[in-house]
Design a protein around this ligand. Structure first.
Ligand code: DGL
Length: 259
């Protein structure tokens, strides 16, 4: 039984993996955290593409049947190249601007993401296509990925940075904030505290999980009912830190290893 491969620059993609497991309980997963190169956010797109190819090759060596790029920045930089260069299917992250813009009553939506994601084609296209008549206020979340990697999600530093990044969105009376980086859902609690729960946070992870299921189904790649799913996690960073992080977000037993 072939697993689904998932990669991110680090631990952020676990916010996608936990939705994938809910949606696809029979599937096995191999997750790769490229923590040695985290963050990706401010790297040039060429360099991110090179890293994404390395990540893909590793997951293929683990026999992945499909790869979920659980990183908005890597999706923005590399998904077209990956689809051209490898024969297996890829699922990428999409900035959830469409649902946020459609649901907004104040006609203002905030988007928090990395510089690399804002530079990508997907962000520009979805903003133009779906957000007519809606103001999009963007903030680059510099420093947030590093804090999530250190599990400092409720720290003073995280609070100060978020207050700065969210203020322009609150000033515009945004009623939805798109979490355009897979690390940011781990900051949801703090974001809700800062906004006083006045804003709806939009995390595309569950939509990505549904898309993964649909794609597997249409390619006849879905695992059957009588499976014994396995969860393997690899990192080229700190193994102990990754294990702690996983233990905090799930009861599922996983096997961890060094890449
Ligand atoms: N989780 C990645 C994303 O969704 C973080 C990018 C980074 O490493 O800066 O964009």
């Amino acid at each position: 039984m072939q697993p689904i491969g998932v990669f991110d620059s680090g631990l952020g993609g676990l916010s996608v993996w936990r939705e994938l497991v809910k949606e696809l309980p029979n599937e096995s997963f191999v997750y790769l955290a490229d923590s040695a190169h985290c963050p990706y956010g401010s790297r040039p797109h060429d360099e991110i593409t090179h890293l994404a190819v390395k990540n893909t090759e590793f997951l293929l060596s683990k026999n992945a049947k499909m790869i979920v790029v659980a990183c908005n920045t890597a999706t923005a930089a590399a998904i077209d190249y990956l689809r051209k260069s490898f024969s297996i299917p890829f699922i990428g992250m999409e900035p959830a601007i469409k649902p946020a813009a459609l649901m907004s009553k104040t006609a203002c939506v905030g988007v928090l993401a990395t510089a690399g994601t804002f530079e990508g084609r997907l962000f520009k296209e979805t903003s133009q296509k779906y957000a007519a008549g809606v103001k999009i206020v963007t903030s680059i979340g510099d420093g947030l990925v590093e804090l999530v990697e250190q599990n400092l999600v409720n720290s003073k530093q995280a609070k100060l940075l978020l207050e700065k990044y969210l203020q322009p969105m609150l000033d515009c009376n945004a009623d939805h904030i798109v979490l355009g980086c897979t690390h940011y859902p781990f900051l949801s609690e703090l974001i809700n505290k800062i906004t006083g729960n006045s804003v709806i946070l939009v995390d595309p992870a569950s939509a990505v999980a549904r898309r993964t299921r649909n794609q597997l189904k249409s390619l006849d790649l879905l695992a059957g009912d009588n499976t014994n799913p396995q969860y393997h996690f690899f990192t080229n960073g700190d193994l102990g830190k990754m294990q702690l992080f996983i233990d905090e977000i799930t009861d599922i037993q996983v096997v961890t290893g060094i890449w």
